[in-house]
Write a protein that binds this ligand. Structure first.
Ligand code: ADP
Length: 365
């Protein structure tokens, strides 16, 4: 009996997406199957281009199809698995109705309990890293009081551009970026109180010409102030990432940030341990701040742990020079950043597919 596309679909029904725990057919990820003699090709549409499970999915597909072909009595010479990706929207109806940014699929806030833990550094590298994987990414500097993006993205020599009432984001390093730091004197913003910060943030978020985005990363101000509240009221968030350094005192602050997001009804997608360890010239790793502290905190709070970024001189240097892509020239750093981006992308897919996405209903008294 010849092998048919029904056989292939039956085989693909036995292959699960390891993150989403459903089979590829049910998840509507099988975009094409073709049989040409004893060669088969399959096209799978992933839920994110930064999927960390590609190799596993590929080998599971090959195994399942080969087993089916043997069962049918038509052994195969080659099985070609191709991947495309389409980031799924959290909840089409809800997004289109409620979001002032209907063409942005996921808004992800990056927060921290306090300043200086590397929240902006992580935001920038998440944005650039997700874009490197092929996603359409924007980054919004929501740190109204201390915008870092002009420096970290090297925007200093670029003039701001506006068309009528719309701000044009800066197209840099594969992402679209906007920051108040390029629009007003940051010294002035320092004295803004709630309503002004609220207004400025709202304008930045909603009056920027983002176009179509898979992910919009929002670098929040440190702590638990007005901006996260504004953000939660303004945009349907897919979730938040909390950046933390490993020390006990840092964890206490991060825990407060987690609680703040939870109180705002925002799903915490995971915790990042920044400045986790230091690698000396001798290659030896030093756990300066007590590596693993943030991971422990994530476990205690039942939150996903997204990964650890070491203290690295090049990371600081590339931030100061506005050249984030050069972080990927340092092998170990690039690997850790990639794994961070992939873990976040899969947590977003998991939350999306399991319907965890909810627009918070806030009652503020
Ligand atoms: P935050 O946004 O939390 O205030 P930043 O991202 O601005 O923190 O980081 C503070 C400083 O620490 C910056 O100079 C940044 O380059 C540096 N930094 C952050 N993370 C690292 C790291 N893992 N290795 C080296 N320097 C880092």
């Amino acid at each position: 009996m010849p092998l048919t596309s029904q056989h292939l679909h039956a085989a693909l029904r036995t292959v699960q997406d390891p993150d989403l725990h459903k089979d590829l057919v049910t998840l509507n990820m099988v975009k094409d199957v073709a049989i040409d003699g004893d060669a088969v090709s399959v096209t799978i549409e992933l839920t994110t281009p930064a999927c960390p499970m590609k190799d596993k999915i590929r080998s599971d597909i090959e195994q399942a199809i080969r087993a089916k072909a043997d069962e049918v009595g038509e052994p195969l010479s080659t099985i070609n698995v191709e991947f495309t990706a389409d980031v799924r929207k959290p909840n089409q109806k809800l997004q289109d109705r409620d979001s002032p940014l209907p063409n942005v699929k996921h808004v992800i806030a990056v927060g921290a309990g306090k300043g200086g833990v590397g929240k902006s550094t992580i935001s920038v590298n998440l944005a650039v890293g997700l874009a490197k994987h092929g996603a359409k990414v924007g980054i919004l500097d929501g740190d109204i009081y201390g915008p870092s993006l002009p420096t970290m993205l090297g925007l200093d020599d670029l003039p701001p551009v506006a068309k009528e009432n719309t701000l044009m984001p800066f197209p840099v390093h594969g992402v679209k970026a906007i920051t108040l730091g390029k629009l007003v004197d940051p010294e002035k913003a320092l004295v803004w109180r709630g309503p002004m910060a609220h207004g400025a943030f709202k304008q930045l978020a909603t009056q920027t010409d983002w176009g179509d985005l898979d992910y919009l990363i929002v670098d929040l101000p440190p702590g638990t102030g007005d901006v996260p509240l504004t953000l939660a009221q303004l945009l349907p968030l897919s979730g938040a990432v909390v950046v933390c350094t490993p020390q006990k005192v840092a964890q206490d602050d991060a825990r407060r940030a987690v609680r703040m997001f939870q109180q705002l009804g925002i799903n915490v997608l995971g915790v990042v341990e920044n400045m986790s360890y230091f690698v000396g010239d001798d290659g030896k790793q030093y756990d300066i701040f007590g590596r693993g502290g943030a991971e422990q905190m994530a476990a205690n709070m039942n939150l996903p742990y997204l990964g650890a970024i070491p203290i690295h001189m090049q990371l600081r240097d590339n931030s100061d020079r506005g050249t984030p892509l050069e972080n990927w020239d340092v092998e170990q750093l690039g690997n850790e950043l990639d794994s961070l981006c992939q873990n976040l992308a899969s947590q977003i897919s998991i939350a999306t597919m399991s319907g965890q996405f909810v627009q918070p209903t806030l009652s503020v008294s």
